[in-house]
Design a protein around this ligand. Structure first.
Ligand code: ITT
Length: 211
């Protein structure tokens, strides 16, 4: 069986770890940008997850000459009309840390009762080669925002997000559990046909949807 090399097109170490674990189910060899000496900051000023994810996947594919897998993701809080959404990484300014963003979200929801703390994660994943997009898919995970931080695992907003059906935050769950239910896991599973095709290059679509 052939093993295609896929560049994990993100600078976020938490996402890198999860994407590598999720790709283990497929006949591909994941590499991180640092392993190839690639440092790339892609402008993420698109209005949608899809736009940003496409930009990242194509930019990393072109920088490496490889197939790249990117995702753009975010947290959407119902009572705040879906805020912060596609700006989830940037709304608090360039110097803010994950911990700063979690604290600010909790502060904005201070006094909001449990039933009004509904939220969801969205992940839009894109697989691209240097010529264009091969496949894309989206996944979501519904839950609510906790009233305080809980758990040491995961990254980003995991310590304040309680997925439906669980009594604790994503950061309290083992990584294998998050990787079975997460928005990212669902998006990658919807790319399964494209990922399997990479082991059979002759069947990879040759059309370039971006040209
Ligand atoms: P790249 O663009 O390099 O991939 P990023 O961290 O900027 O890295 P995004 O633009 O997709 O990634 O921003 C998503 C934001 O939402 C960011 O603050 C993440 O920490 C957070 N986030 C994304 N997925 C998450 C997850 O599974 N659990 C918790 N927080 C997550």
């Amino acid at each position: 069986m052939n093993t295609a090399t896929i560049l994990i097109a993100t600078n976020n170490p938490g996402k890198q770890r999860e994407l590598a674990a999720l790709l283990a189910a497929y006949p591909v060899r994941p590499v991180r940008p640092s392993e190839l000496g690639i440092t790339l900051e892609v402008d993420e000023d698109g209005q949608t997850y899809a736009e940003n994810a496409r930009r990242k996947a194509i930019a990393f594919a072109r920088a490496s000459g490889l197939i790249a897998l990117a995702d753009d993701s975010g947290l959407e809080i119902s009572v705040l009309d879906g805020w912060p959404g596609p700006r989830s990484a940037r709304w608090a300014g360039p110097a803010a840390t994950d911990a700063d963003r979690r604290a600010l979200v909790l502060a904005r929801l201070a006094g909001v009762p449990d039933q009004d703390r509904r939220a969801r994660f969205v992940c839009h994943a894109v697989l691209a080669n240097p010529h264009g997009i091969l496949a894309e898919a989206e996944g979501t995970l519904a839950g609510r925002i906790a009233t305080s931080e809980q758990g040491q695992g995961g990254f980003g907003y995991d310590a304040i997000f309680v997925p439906d059906g669980y009594p604790c935050t994503l950061a309290s769950l083992p990584e294998e559990v998050k990787n079975r239910l997460s928005h990212r896991a669902q998006a990658i599973s919807r790319l399964r046909d494209a990922l399997r095709r990479l082991a059979c290059p002759d069947s990879t679509p040759s059309s370039d949807p971006t040209s």
